[in-house]
Design a protein around this ligand. Structure first.
Ligand SMILES: Cc1cc2nc3c(=O)[nH]c(=O)nc-3n(C[C@H](O)[C@H](O)[C@H](O)COP(=O)(O)OP(=O)(O)OC[C@H]3O[C@@H](n4cnc5c(N)ncnc54)[C@H](O)[C@@H]3O)c2cc1C
Length: 400
């Protein structure tokens, strides 16, 4: 049996970055994933990976602090400097501009840059461990790996995503709500250049986002997240590529010109989940294991990155003071700093979904007037841009 300071289960973007941050501070860290933890690499002309994230400035700073940002930019990342949101059923429209609002990056590119750094770190990596057994001991626990090795630590971190097995085993309950939307995700080649603008239209059936990707020569691309009622998602998913492109062009009011090519489509049922507590008996939750949120504001992994940064901050500070880093009062501080903020973001997404999903003429008038007014009020726009950077929250000093 090997005793380690912290075992992180789940080497997605959030778990991998937490492992790097803890290893930097000298903590003995193990990272376990059921998939490979070998870094891939992507060159500019490689086919697009279907899942992307809109990274806030705070997330970019965090990735830079972990020395992963250069590896991301060297593969591919698209800055966006404009954001346009409009009501597809009315006249309301709001535009935001900044030097850089954020970056659109494929999730696999982010993960591969993190895994490259991990390969150079002291983190012990155990991958493709599909048959894991856990024994929770009341303070952390043991993990038996597929190859029979046993790892033991006073703190286990659940970074194993939305269906977190570790969360379930630890008995932490989660509030759940079906958004009654399925997201269709794909990449399209567009006739017109996106001018580094992230655009989103709110339709009766749900929001449709066109997120800018790096051009390949004269060829322009956007990643699509199209949230639809399940029956509508069935219908649209069954269309031929040509018919799909025509329907998408219409829904997007031809703002990207003709759609020249569409990649394979992927579909994700959308569910809100929020754990009622973030730790219990030496198991602590981060990222999607703690919360999942509607992708309409592109916040999911940004919240996960801030969870992981705050957790690393609290654990490292406690260890530095000579405290037990796994003690409940230390994990309580992490929970206090994150749970309210994440709950607020979820409430905002539900509010947006209700506001834009409503057919009531009164509510339609309010939202159109609201969008038009917001567009005319620079101080409100500055406030929203400030929020969008992710820098106005309670974030650790090392990424300020
Ligand atoms: C359609 C869509 C669009 C989105 N767009 C955005 C966006 O623009 N911006 C944004 O910030 N967020 C976005 N999100 C959310 C974002 O993708 C997630 O928040 C993010 O991927 C969560 O990262 P994670 O590391 O917490 O979990 P995951 O990415 O789910 O990683 C979990 C890891 O745990 C591993 N694992 C699982 N179970 C086990 C086990 N039992 N044992 C060992 N390993 C295990 C998995 O193999 C995986 O590597 C979007 C989500 C969707 C559905």
């Amino acid at each position: 049996m090997q005793t380690i300071d912290v075992i992180i289960v789940g080497g997605g973007m959030v778990g991998a970055s937490l492992a790097l941050a803890l290893a930097r501070s000298g903590m003995q860290t193990a990272l376990v994933d059921q998939q490979t933890l070998q870094p891939g690499s992507f060159s500019p002309d490689d086919p697009w990976q279907p899942r992307v994230s809109a990274l806030t400035e705070a997330s970019v700073k965090l990735l830079d602090y972990l020395d992963a940002w250069e590896g991301i930019v060297n593969q591919r990342a698209c800055p966006y400097t404009h954001m346009t949101v409009w009501d597809g059923e009315g006249t309301g429209e709001v535009e935001f501009d900044a030097k850089t609002l954020g970056y659109i990056v494929e999730n696999e590119v982010i993960r591969s840059a993190l895994l490259q750094q991990l390969a150079r770190s002291t983190v012990r990596r155990f991958d493709q461990q599909t048959t894991l057994e856990y024994t929770l001991s009341g303070q952390g626990g043991e993990i038996v790996l597929k190859n029979g090795e046993v790892l033991c630590a006073p703190l286990l971190v659940a970074a194993d995503g939305a269906e977190s097995r570790l969360r379930q085993l630890s008995g932490i309950p989660a509030n759940q709500k079906d958004y009654k939307h399925h997201a269709l995700v794909t990449t399209v080649e567009t006739e017109l250049f996106h001018h580094h603008s992230a655009r989103q239209v709110f339709l009766d059936s749900g929001p449709l986002a066109f997120l800018p990707l790096q051009s390949q020569g004269e060829r322009h691309y956007c990643s699509i997240v199209w949230s639809l009622l399940p029956a509508e998602a069935d219908r649209i998913d069954a269309l031929s590529d040509d018919a799909f492109c025509q329907e998408l062009e219409r829904a997007f009011e031809h703002r990207a010109g003709n759609l020249l090519k569409v990649d394979k489509r992927f579909r994700y049922p959308l569910r809100q989940r929020h754990a009622r507590q973030y730790h219990r008996q030496g198991v602590v939750l981060v990222g999607d294991a703690a919360h999942t949120i509607h992708p309409l504001a592109g916040q999911g992994v940004n919240l996960g990155f801030m969870d992981m940064a705050v957790l690393a901050d609290e654990l490292i500070k406690a260890a530095g003071r000579g405290d037990d880093y796994f003690a409940p009062h230390v994990l309580d501080r992490y929970q206090r700093r994150r749970i309210g903020h994440n709950a607020l973001m979820m409430a905002a997404m539900t509010g947006f979904q209700n506001l834009f999903g409503a057919n009531d003429p009164g509510i339609r008038w309010i939202r159109n007037t609201g969008l038009t007014l917001t567009n005319r009020l620079p101080f409100i726009k500055d406030m929203i841009v400030g929020q969008a950077t992710g820098l106005s929250n309670d974030i650790p000093e090392f990424i300020q």
